[in-house]
Design a protein around this ligand. Structure first.
Ligand SMILES: Cc1cc2nc3c(=O)[nH]c(=O)nc-3n(C[C@H](O)[C@H](O)[C@H](O)COP(=O)(O)OP(=O)(O)OC[C@H]3O[C@@H](n4cnc5c(N)ncnc54)[C@H](O)[C@@H]3O)c2cc1C
Length: 454
């Protein structure tokens, strides 16, 4: 089977859907009938479009943020994403959503659909795709791409379907011939949503020289070397977490820090019980843990980059160590758990007793140890919770490979890339979907505009 199209968009996440919508019509701002329409084909390995969107924001889809927080974007595309957020930002996303029929609700600076359901965003996108006359090819995984002599893309897909007779899944190869191609296949996070990194070799097959920065899990929990996981599992705390890289000479380098609610859990990993910690601030620092763990393998001048990774937890950010000590000293002779019950979770109080070797009642000596542990408890980080637990991917196509005004790949004329496939990861708060929609929209309209002369 051969399918011909003007523009082939690979990946039907927010980046690909926005790209297909903007590529399908000349006048993108009006979505009106009568504009010159492009033949656009939206391809995805899933049976439905927007599968990952359904999981976002705990099923509510946090698609934008009211304003750009410091350090909201990370990666080589960081500055471009910052610029887009300042120029287009939440206004672009709110207008885009409104255009497809979704009203927004601002909850403490986080934008969600008024319905409070991610599924309504996916339904509205699905309808916009239909209304724009965009063709879809689902259950179809792109496995190869090349350019012919005329400069058109020849894309090979494996389409799966159910054999009606024996009810078994069968795969059939098909070829798409396209004048332009937009890669919007995401990273490797939550691979069960379809983004499995399989497109990387397809892109490298078109141009070997494309610089892909190492893809690693981000916005995920961390695994700690902590023997007392049985004791602290389920403990929640409002805390500041600071991630440090420890060098061979014991010098500590602060990699990232954030505060908010954290939770300790126990997980069986490779048959062993391990202590994990998650929550928004942990997710926020996790991409730096991923990078540091990866860099730790690198040897520079005969030395490992970092010998160890450490997570320092301040369980009482609003109190100084001195204030805590003064409070504990009013409890000399009492049990530590009584003195700490108004400051930290009771499981954390027990951990402080264990770690501080505090047996019996409070005295002047162990009060100092307890106050210090509340403010600076350290855990060795042994790994991240990996792609299965992660919401985004660090790394991907380096900024230097694209023209940031169009997202065209400099080494593959006529090919564009958008969304999480690019080396960009945002903090929680809607930043990732915003960049996916914006970069997809820009790539789509640039691909459409580039056909004007043809
Ligand atoms: C649990 C969870 C919660 C999240 N919550 C939020 C949130 O509230 N707010 C926020 O901003 N971000 C959130 N994110 C992140 C956000 O969902 C992603 O950053 C965003 O979806 C990236 O969009 P994308 O279009 O670039 O890629 P994706 O959404 O990953 O879409 C890529 C698509 O490409 C398809 N594909 C991949 N390879 C191929 C191939 N070879 N052939 C054909 N198709 C292919 C995949 O099937 C997939 O549908 C969350 C992520 C997760 C996992």
């Amino acid at each position: 089977m051969e399918i011909k199209t003007d523009i082939c968009v690979i990946g039907a996440g927010p980046a690909g859907i926005a790209a297909a919508i903007s590529a399908s019509t000349e006048n993108i701002s009006t979505f009106e009938e009568g504009n010159r329409r492009r033949e656009v084909l939206l391809v995805d390995s899933n049976a439905e479009i927007g599968k990952k969107l359904l999981m976002t924001g705990n099923g509510r889809c946090n698609f934008a943020h009211d304003g750009l927080e410091e350090d909201a974007y990370r990666g080589s595309f960081k500055d471009v994403a910052d610029l887009f957020y300042e120029r287009m930002g939440s206004d672009f996303v709110l207008d885009f959503m409104r255009n497809i029929g979704v009203f927004s609700r601002n909850i403490k600076g986080y934008y969600y659909p008024a319905s409070n359901q991610a599924v309504s965003v996916v339904r509205a996108l699905d309808y916009a795709v239909f209304k724009q006359g965009i063709k879809t090819l689902l259950n179809s995984k792109v496995i190869k791409a090349k350019k012919d002599e005329a400069g058109e893309f020849i894309i090979t897909v494996l389409t799966s379907s159910n054999n009606k007779k024996n009810k078994k899944m069968v795969s059939e190869e098909a070829v798409i011939k396209a004048k332009r191609v937009i890669f919007a296949c995401g990273g490797k996070a939550a691979a069960n949503s379809g983004s499995d990194g399989s497109i990387n070799s397809v892109i490298l097959g078109l141009s070997e020289g494309i610089k892909f920065n190492k893809q690693l899990p981000a916005l995920c929990g961390l695994i700690l070397d902590e023997a007392n996981s049985d004791l602290i599992k389920g403990a929640r705390a409002f805390a500041r977490v600071s991630l440090f890289g420890i060098k061979e000479d014991a010098e500590k380098e602060l990699l990232s820090s954030d505060s908010g609610e954290i939770v300790f859990t126990e997980n069986v990993i490779s048959g062993e019980r391990k202590c994990s910690v998650s929550g928004l601030p942990v997710m926020s620092v996790s991409r730096f843990a991923s990078e540091a763990l990866y860099n730790a393998l690198k040897i520079e001048e005969g030395k490992a980059f970092y010998n160890e990774l450490e997570l320092e937890v301040d369980f009482a950010e609003d109190l100084s160590e001195k204030d805590i000590l003064i409070h504990l000293l009013t409890h000399v002779g009492d049990k530590l758990s009584i003195a700490l019950c108004g400051i930290v979770n009771d499981k954390i109080a027990e951990l402080i007793e264990l770690k501080g070797g505090i047996k019996g009642k409070i005295n002047e000596e162990n009060a100092v140890i307890a106050a210090s542990l509340i403010k600076n408890m350290t855990f060795k980080v042994i790994n991240t919770r990996g792609y299965e637990d992660s919401q985004v991917t660090t790394g991907g196509i380096d900024l230097s490979e694209t023209d940031p005004d169009s997202f065209e790949l400099k080494k593959i004329k006529g090919a564009y890339a958008a969304g999480e496939l690019l080396d960009l990861d945002g903090k929680c708060g809607g930043y990732n979907i915003t960049f996916a929609l914006e970069s997809g929209f820009i790539a789509g309209s640039a691909a459409e505009a580039s056909l004007h002369d043809n």
